[in-house]
Design a protein around this ligand. Structure first.
Ligand SMILES: [Zn+2]
Length: 304
C-alpha cells in the first residue's frame, strides 16, 4: 500500500460525528471530486476506505442516500448522484443558488468553525491529495483543474497559518509542500498524526544516517592516508637497502625495519605492539621518521 493510501486509510478511521464537520468534509470531497455541478455529482476514487466513507458521510451531512457501487476496472469506485431532489439538498446545505452555477467557488460560510475547516481540508486531501513515502523527498500535494478554487483554498489555508506553495500546470492547479514541517502540520491538522509522525521519524533517521556516513567516510579516508604513507615509507626503505645495504641503519633499528617490510598493511599501533620490548605508537612513529630520513639521505648520497 502506498503512503498516500495508508494516510487516507488513517483519515477514514476518524468517526463521522458532528453534523457541521460532516458537511465541511463532504464539501471538500465534492469540490475536489470528479464532477460537481447542478446536474451531476460524481466522485471517483480507487481508495476503498474513502469509497466506504462517502455514503455515511453524505447521509449525515445532507440526509442523502447513496449506495456504495461495485469497484469498476482498476479498483475504481464511481459514486454518482443525478437525482434532482438529492442534488437540491446538497446544494442548499452548501449555500449555493442553483440558478447561478458557481459550483467551483468556495463558500466560506460553510466552514466558519476551526473544527469544520480541518474537516474541509481532510475532505480535499481524501479526494485529491497525494503524499510521497517518508523515505523519499517530502512532497504533499492537492490538485484541482479549477484555478480559482485553488487560489481560494490557498487563501483559506494562509488564514489558518498553513503555508502551502501554489503551482499551475497546463491542466491543473496545485497546492503543495516540499518542507517536512509544513507537510507534518497539515497532516496533523486534518487528523493524520500517525502519518505525520512517520514523516518526522524518517527525517530524523535520514539525518542520523548522513551523519554516520560522513564519519565512516572520514575514517576510511584516514585509513587510506595511513596506508599510502606506509607504502611510501616501504618504497624508500627498500630502495635504500637495495642500493646501500643494511649497514646504513643502526642495529637498533633493524628489527623495526624488518617488521615494517614483512607486514606492509599493518598499522603503526600493531607494529608497535609487536616490537620487543613494545613501544608506544608515537615512539614508533618517531622511529619510522628516523629510518625514512636515513634512507632518503643514503639515496641522495648515492645520486651525487
Ligand atoms: Zn465542525
Amino acid at each position: 500500500m502506498s503512503f498516500s493510501s495508508e494516510t487516507k486509510a488513517e483519515l477514514c478511521r476518524i468517526p463521522v460525528s458532528r453534523m457541521c464537520c460532516a458537511v465541511a468534509e463532504a464539501y471538500g470531497i465534492l469540490l475536489y471530486a470528479h464532477t460537481f455541478s447542478h446536474t451531476e455529482i460524481c466522485m471517483v476514487t480507487s481508495c476503498e476506505p474513502l469509497a466506504r466513507r462517502i455514503p455515511p458521510l453524505l447521509a449525515r451531512a445532507f440526509g442523502v442516500t447513496v449506495k456504495l457501487p461495485e469497484a469498476g476496472s482498476g479498483g475504481r469506485y464511481a459514486i454518482k448522484i443525478t437525482e434532482e431532489t438529492q442534488l437540491g439538498r446538497i446544494f442548499s446545505a452548501l449555500g449555493y443558488d442553483l440558478k447561478y452555477h458557481l459550483s467551483y467557488h468556495l463558500n466560506r460560510n460553510v466552514i466558519e468553525e476551526d473544527c469544520c475547516r480541518a474537516s474541509f481540508l481532510r475532505g480535499i486531501f481524501l479526494a485529491a491529495g497525494t503524499v510521497a513515502s517518508p523515505d523519499k523527498k517530502t512532497h504533499l500535494e492537492l490538485t484541482t483543474p479549477h484555478h480559482t478554487l485553488c487560489r481560494e483554498v490557498m487563501s483559506l489555508m494562509l488564514d489558518m497559518e498553513l503555508s502551502p506553495k501554489l503551482a499551475t500546470r497546463k491542466s491543473a492547479s496545485l497546492l503543495y509542500w516540499k518542507d517536512t514541517a509544513g507537510a507534518e502540520d497539515f497532516l496533523t491538522l486534518i487528523g493524520a498524526p500517525h502519518a505525520a509522525l512517520c514523516m518526522m521519524e524518517a527525517k530524523v533517521e535520514k539525518q542520523l544516517r548522513n551523519q554516520i556516513n560522513r564519519q565512516v567516510n572520514c575514517e576510511a579516508a584516514n585509513v587510506i592516508k595511513a596506508s599510502n604513507a606506509a607504502a611510501e615509507q616501504i618504497a624508500v626503505i627498500r630502495r635504500a637497502l637495495d642500493q646501500s645495504g643494511w649497514d646504513i641503519f643502526p642495529d637498533a633499528l633493524h628489527e623495526t625495519i624488518r617488521l615494517r617490510l614483512d607486514d606492509p598493511t599493518a598499522s603503526l599501533s600493531e607494529l608497535a605492539s609487536r616490537l620487543d620490548p613494545p613501544i608506544s605508537k608515537p615512539g614508533l612513529s618517531h622511529r619510522m621518521r628516523r629510518i625514512v630520513s636515513i634512507a632518503r639521505a643514503a639515496a641522495e648520497e648515492e645520486q651525487t
